[in-house]
Write a protein of this length. Structure first.
Length: 111
């Protein structure tokens, strides 16, 4: 594979990624606007629902739910999927300049 062919493929992939980001942004914009407008109401409502769930559900059922949740976590930790899932979570939750910086096309890696 030549350097020019690799650069063309990288450029096409970046353009496809930017198009997908624009499409996702246009779909998420109304939800973000709604959540920003009703943030306090949602926060208070979720606290009330959580408090009601704690008061209404018996401790025995909470213990079962916890056992199911943490046993699933233990099984996941023993599986081969954990590194892949942690990598996906890591890349999804990155913050700072490295996560938001757009590719400029000026690459010093030679590809």
């Amino acid at each position: 594979m030549s350097k020019i062919g690799a650069r063309i493929r990288v450029h096409e992939a970046r353009m496809e990624l930017e198009a997908a980001e624009r499409a996702l942004e246009s779909r998420c914009r109304p939800w973000r606007r709604y959540l920003r407008h009703h943030y306090t109401s949602l926060l208070i409502g979720s606290g009330l629902v959580g408090g009601f769930a704690l008061a209404a559900v018996a401790p025995k059922q909470w213990a079962r739910l916890g056992a199911i949740f943490f046993s699933s976590g233990a099984r996941l930790a023993q599986s081969a999927l954990l590194p892949a899932l942690l990598g996906a979570l890591w890349t999804h939750t990155r913050t700072g300049a490295d996560a938001t910086e757009k590719p400029t096309g000026n690459s010093s890696d030679g590809a």
